[in-house]
Write a protein that binds this ligand. Structure first.
Ligand code: ACM
Ligand code: ZN
Length: 537
């Protein structure tokens, strides 16, 4: 990476505007040695100096005019750390500079001096990352009862452009307040994508104006399974359960996420995992129903029929989704679609014949291609789980590889972009400890060290295909996570290991050093009332 060139004219305009650079003499208190701050994900390049920036002296924030980040937003972020010092003389500056100074669009530099903190980037994303790093440098000098940041220089940029976390709000529902907090957690660790899993067999969670029954009926199940699925006899709690987001709430979340630098990828599942939608509109199934939203977990035979009315319905649903979410990608699911009903359905069989398809796998591919074409017509692109490879990939489709990495490798070989999210170790619904005191989880074992050791680029992938691997994602399916605290427990601390895997230089990864930093972050989670799994060394 090139070092940033010396800034342009706006640098001086900013300095004159805020008038903060003065010839301060060194205060004896500042003559301290520093130890490295616990930054996660580890930055690319950090040089530490002695002397400090004391937050009690914090005066003001200056931001380049070309940035859309507001001073109020920055103040909100650093408010918890600012003191009541007498001599206010230290400032924080976010400076948007010529983006050609950085090789990477998300790159930033952070320079902490005694009286001035300078964050530079060519983008708002980079400025936010610089601020995130800055917040992680703040620590308490307990002898002086003050907060400070050590004097340092950081040059930083991410390894992968797609750094995602997913949340299933269907198996269990989470209010807007928690979704915003979840987005905060992502931003804290420099993720840039929130994959919002909005529709399922057990509940449809997004208001669609043209089809109100999707949420009037489809958002509510009569009761929920107690304990693990498959256990006999099954027991149910008898308590109606549900919830959904209004379009107004969705807009609010999208706006909030954008402010934190997070793009949302909404997921509308098709052709499978559709039972809640079919409960509301059984005419879009093969058999006509009736159906009810599922009360247990698993894969269900009743899926969308591939007939024209269903495709029209889905186009209209997706049109409203596209109007709500400005990101380029729409996730259409595509996983776990049994072919039982299609095999017995005259409409689906007629579709196979009319389109010269070999079988139901090609029918699924044909169906998804209809949807992909519609997304294209609205200038959006399709992401799907790796089953969308079966029967042939839609043009330009991005594949999310979850059944291991072979689907992702195949997609890359076919020239498609890939997000790696293999069950092992990216499924954060799996156990993170073998101790017998863990709450019920879906199964599997994905401890912190496995997430940390993971490389999203498979060792046996041809180097000429590496660039198709756009990044990775942690998935949080909530069958066995009934509330917010439980979600927190399952993602902390694994989210920090994934963050470092997706951002930092793999050559400098060091698990013991990472654990030392996690220790520091754990104390902060405790203070912030974030529940976490205490990792035992
Ligand atoms: C999945 O876990 N069914 C994508
Ligand atoms: Zn059918």
């Amino acid at each position: 990476m090139k070092s940033p060139s010396y800034p342009n004219r706006s640098f001086w305009q900013i300095l004159i505007l805020f008038g903060v650079l003065q010839a301060f003499s060194t205060v004896p208190l500042n003559a301290q040695e520093n130890t490295a701050p616990a930054i996660i994900p580890a930055p690319r390049d950090m040089t530490l100096f002695d002397k400090r920036f004391y937050w009690e002296d914090f005066l003001d924030v200056g931001i380049s005019k070309s940035s859309s980040i507001t001073k109020e937003w920055v103040l909100e972020k650093i408010k918890p750390y600012t003191g009541q010092g007498e001599h206010k003389r230290c400032s924080v500056m976010l400076m948007m500079i010529d983006s050609s100074s950085f090789e990477h669009p998300e790159a930033y530099s952070l320079n902490i001096q005694e009286n001035l903190i300078m964050i530079k980037s060519g983008t708002d994303a980079g400025l936010r990352f610089g601020l995130t790093t800055l917040l992680q440098t703040i620590r308490m000098d307990s002898s002086a009862n003050t907060h400070y940041s050590p004097r340092l220089d950081i040059q930083d940029f991410p390894r992968f452009p797609y750094r995602g976390m997913h949340l299933d709000v269907c198996r269990h529902f989470f209010p807007v307040s928690f979704i915003k907090r979840y987005i905060d957690y992502l931003a804290m660790y420099k993720f840039n994508t929130f994959h919002w899993h909005l529709t399922e067999d057990q509940g449809w969670r997004i208001e669609i104006k043209r089809y109100p029954k999707l949420t009037e009926t489809g958002a509510w199940r009569s009761e929920t399974l107690i304990g693990r699925a498959g256990r006999e006899p099954a027991r149910y709690d008898g308590i109606p359960y549900g919830g959904f987001y209004t379009q107004e709430e969705i807009r609010e979340v999208v706006r909030y996420a954008a402010e934190q630098g997070i793009t949302i990828v909404p997921e509308i599942e098709l052709p499978g995992h559709a039972l809640a939608a079919l409960s509301a509109y059984p005419q879009f199934s093969c058999t006509g129903g009736p159906f009810e939203p599922a009360t247990t977990w698993g894969v269900f035979d009743d899926v969308y029929c591939t007939k024209e009315e269903t495709i029209t319905f889905l186009r209209q649903v997706l049109d409203e989704v596209i109007d709500l979410f400005p990101g380029r990608y729409i996730h259409i699911g595509g996983d776990e679609c049994p072919k039982t009903r299609w095999k017995a359905c005259p409409n689906c069989q007629a579709n196979i014949r009319a389109n010269g398809l070999a079988d139901e796998h090609e029918l699924q591919s044909w169906f998804i291609k209809q949807i992909a074409a519609h997304l294209h017509s609205r200038d959006r692109r399709l992401i799907g789980w790796d089953e969308i490879l079966e029967g042939g990939l839609a043009p330009d489709a991005t594949v999310m590889s979850w059944r291991g990495v072979s689907g992702g490798m195949q997609a890359a070989a076919e020239g498609h972009e890939v997000i790696m999210t293999p069950g092992n170790p990216c499924y954060f619904d799996h156990y993170q400890s073998r101790r017998d005191d863990q709450p019920l989880a879906i199964g599997g074992y994905n401890p912190l060290e496995a997430v940390y050791a993971w490389d999203p680029i498979p060792a046996n992938l041809d180097p000429t295909l590496h660039h198709f691997i756009r990044g990775g994602q942690g998935n949080v399916w909530t069958e066995y996570m009934p509330d917010e605290k439980h979600v927190e427990f399952m993602i902390f601390p694994r989210i920090t290991a994934l963050a470092e895997t997706l951002w930092s230089d793999p050559k400098t990864k060091d698990f013991p050093h990472f654990l030392d930093r996690v220790d520091v972050h754990q104390k902060q989670w405790l203070q912030a009332n974030i529940r976490y799994f205490p990792y035992y060394r």
